[in-house]
Design a protein around this ligand. Structure first.
Ligand code: NAP
Length: 322
């Protein structure tokens, strides 16, 4: 494993982090708690020391599993979690007052609930789970983060940026109130490279690269016939002719890479780590097999420039979350 600084937090986080949405069990189906626990433990054995979870992932179930594994570990594991919007609307809508999304007392209660689920005394990184630029001047979230930090319940503050809208957080990053951002960054969505990543480098703000496999599109396993369990989030994300579109884009990428290329998931994760602004990439990995193959990737070092140049040509502008 290799480690990078999470911006100005000084946390030395593993290049490969662990995305714990899938193990919440309610939005991603087909896994089991035993397998999730084994995958988390294996990732930690292989040097992973950053886990990203959220109160909303399985209504606290992901946090409970993460907390159990972290409490049993003899190593320092950095836990990042999130305050869900009070109105439970993702992404936040422009024009909705902050009193409906992140009022002060609600943020404080949400942090307490996360701490109870995790069974920990401190959250290393507490992130707002939605963001709108108009929240910037509101006192509520600023005061809540200040008070949580002062009490020692939270160490650092972050924002998880709306889907495919990295520029919405630029003004917040300029304020110095934010220590880390979490943003979609993958071969298909390279938009954070334009404004957000240079600004994060300038302001020394950490970056968690989320959804690095585009919810599985970049795993290379999706075909036009793939079926997800009824009620699984991916049934919605890949609805209609979207699986066919994914196959077309993945096939074009594989053709460009040629027959001797590494497996696509490995290239997709190494792509994220190729950018110097990225502190850690946080794929979902509910199986021991994926935890092992992904956690070993940082040891391979940087992607060769010619491979990176090919991947760069395959940006694909669209929003499947809508
Ligand atoms: N709004 C937000 O703040 C927000 C939104 C979305 C995600 N996130 C964070 O970002 C994390 C990552 O995103 P995600 O989990 O949604 O999607 P993702 O990481 O893009 O993709 C996860 C999928 O890729 C599969 N996979 C992982 N490694 C693989 C490998 N080596 N080979 C083949 N397939 C592989 C996983 O399978 P298995 O799981 O079955 O192993 C899973 O189906 C989340 O867990 C969460 O922490 C945050």
């Amino acid at each position: 494993m290799k480690y990078r600084k999470l911006g100005r937090t000084g946390f030395e986080v593993s290049e490969m982090g662990y995305g714990a949405w899938g193990i919440g069990g309610k939005q991603w189906l087909g896994g089991s708690d035993d397998e999730s626990e084994a995958a988390l433990k294996r990732a930690i054995d292989l040097g992973v020391n950053l886990i990203d979870t959220a109160l909303a992932y399985g209504d606290g179930h992901s946090e409970q599993l993460v907390g159990q594994v972290v409490r049993e570990s003899s190593q320092k594991i950095y836990v990042a979690t999130k305050v869900p919007p009070k109105n439970r609307i993702w992404p936040a809508r422009s024009g909705t007052p902050i009193s409906e999304v992140f009022p002060y007392a609600y943020i404080m209660q949400s942090a307490e609930e996360s701490l109870r689920n995790l069974g920990l005394e401190t959250i290393d990184l507490l992130q707002l789970h939605v963001w709108q630029p108009e929240f910037l001047d509101a006192d509520d979230w600023r005061r809540a983060f200040e008070d949580l930090k002062r009490s020692g319940k939270v160490r650092r503050a972050g924002i998880s940026v709306s889907e495919h809208d990295p520029d919405s957080v630029l003004d917040a990053v300029r304020t110095d109130l934010i220590d880390a951002v979490q943003v979609i960054y993958n071969i298909f969505d390279q938009a954070p490279e334009k404004e957000l990543f240079p600004l994060c480098i300038e302001k020394n703000v950490g970056v968690l690269a989320r959804v690095p496999l585009d919810e599985g599109a970049l795993s290379g396993t999706i075909t036009a016939e793939t079926k997800f369990p009824a009620g699984d989030f991916r049934e919605y994300y890949f609805r209609g002719d979207r699986k066919k579109q994914v196959v077309e884009h993945v096939d074009a990428l594989l053709r460009d890479l040629g027959p001797s290329a590494e497996p696509l998931p490995a290239l997709a994760l190494r792509f994220c780590l190729a950018h110097p602004a990225v502190s850690s990439v946080i794929p979902g990995m509910r199986t021991v097999k994926h935890a092992e193959s992904n956690s070993r990737l940082p040891d391979l070092g940087p992607l060769p420039d010619d491979t990176l140049a090919i991947l760069k040509r395959h940006a694909w502008d669209r929003n499947f979350y809508n």
